[in-house]
Design a protein around this ligand. Sequence first.
Ligand SMILES: [Cu+2]
Length: 148
Amino acid sequence: MPPAGRSVIRRGHRPRIRGMITGMSATSSARPRARRARVAVALIASALALTACGGDDGPAPGGDDAASGGDGVTIDGFSFAASPVTAGASFTVDNRDSVAHTVTADDGAFDVRVGGGSTADATAPDEPGTYAFHCEIHPSMTGELVVR
Ligand SMILES: [Cu+2]
């Protein structure tokens, strides 16, 4: 009877111990790592979301402010900087270079010549859209005017 009882106890304990060990090893290593990974992914995702939101909010006002030095097109260093203009409304072309330039729409919707160090007024097209333009004098100078 005693040997049989011991064997029964051993049989009863060993599986429990193994189960405890395997269960602990699973919870102490695999699951926490998985949780940490999920938390890290969640944090990264939220950080990216915040960054994306900040990026959308930040550059837009900053870009408007930077380009609002002249509402329309600014020319500086043989380079165009255009801020959105209102359809059908006049806008200003500010030429900060010492040489003359033109702001000529590729499709002919507008065409303005601006002497060095001066400004000129132009009229935006009636149709909203994005208009590619260039300088007739310096064909390598190109830009885009957003009309809305
Ligand atoms: Cu030019």
